[in-house]
Design a protein around this ligand. Structure first.
Ligand code: IPM
Ligand code: MN
Length: 324
């Protein structure tokens, strides 16, 4: 458990409560990491701590980041370090809900590549602070990295009713990376002839997410497009307060990590106000990955319309439903 900063510890506490209520026998260990810890003694995520984390089956994370630490320090040093070092190459984000103005629910999942793209941090700065400052920020795309992510998307589609995979990119402008993605997508698709495919440019996908989300089943995309699109996915699926995610190492050579899409929301931290649903649904994704699918399904059903109330009230309501 990495509760983290802001509302993180409050919402992960409810998630554990619900998992236990579902009758799944879990053992948890708390790791005090995040912005607050960093300000106290300078640790963000040491290699020793990372090695300890490697020994667990799963990591449940609340949220990290505090306004007292400059942007990027905790994000890169903790969250992205875990994604990269634990090789969590798939970021799976399901979206079920009815978009504003539409009359029936959609059900799609975004598979976001999680270890490459602009997130690698390629680039640099020259003549900083002068009028001649130059900043570059590259995007790293490897055949191996793209292919394993695309393959995961097709495998996932096999287990879903529609068996439909959409590639989202910007092949008309990002021609080098886009072409690698496009070729890889078509080559992998050829191995899944029963699966339907589609392609959307990312700007058009933004329109469809809002106006026609029913066209999607499995969406596969690069790290940065996936980051942006999944906030939009949350917004059209009942709000970011419900958006869950799984950072997966499908080869299972180490633990996978589960976290709500939302941030640490420092403005409401410690007030028992945050909706714990996203953390609870992320714990359900964790149970899926650990093979406890029946409990995960019960938790998802119990999260349907849990009403309003405080963090602990909503957690208690959902826990009571799963117990019954
Ligand atoms: C997310 C977050 C992270 C990301 C940030 C906190 C680094 O926005 O998980 O979507 O950009 O991936
Ligand atoms: Mn994001």
């Amino acid at each position: 458990m990495i509760g983290g900063d802001g509302i993180g510890p409050e919402v992960t506490r409810e998630a554990v409560k619900v998992v236990e209520a579902a009758g799944v026998d879990i053992e948890t260990t708390d790791f005090d990491l995040g912005g607050a810890r960093y300000l106290r003694d300078g640790e963000i995520l040491s290699d020793a701590t990372l090695d300890e984390l490697r020994t667990f089956d799963a990591i449940l994370l609340g949220a990290v980041g505090t306004p007292d630490v400059p942007p990027g320090v905790i994000e890169r040093g903790l969250l992205l370090k875990m994604r990269f070092e634990l090789d969590l190459y798939v970021n799976q984000r399901p979206f079920v809900g009815t978009a504003p103005g539409l009359d029936r629910p959609h059900d799609f999942v975004v598979i976001r590549e999680n270890t490459e793209g602009p997130y690698v941090g390629e680039g640099g700065v020259l003549r900083k602070g002068t009028p001649y400052e130059v900043a570059t920020q590259g995007s790293v795309n490897t055949r191996m990295g793209v292919e394993r992510c695309v393959r995961y998307a097709f495998e996932l589609a096999q287990a879903r009713e529609r068996r439909h995979v959409t590639l989202v990119h910007k092949t008309n402008v990002l021609t080098f990376a886009g072409n690698l993605w496009e070729r890889t997508f078509h080559e992998v698709a050829a191995e899944y002839p029963e699966t339907e495919t589609a392609y959307n440019h990312v700007d058009a996908a933004c329109i469809y997410f809002v106006q026609d989300p029913h066209r999607y089943d499995v969406v596969v995309t690069d790290n940065l497009f996936g980051d942006i699109l999944t906030d939009l996915g949350g917004a059209v699926s009942g709000g970011i307060g419900l958006a869950s995610s799984a950072n997966l190492n499908p080869s299972r050579s180490g633990p996978s990590m589960f976290e709500p899409v939302h941030g640490s929301a420092p403005d409401i931290a410690g007030q028992n106000k945050a909706n714990p649903a996203a953390a609870i649904l992320s714990a359900a994704l964790m149970l899926d990955f650990l093979g406890e699918t029946a409990a995960a399904d019960r938790i998802r059903a119990a999260c349907d319309d849990p009403g309003t109330g405080s963090t602990t009230e909503i957690g208690d309501t959902i826990a009571a439903r799963v117990r019954d």
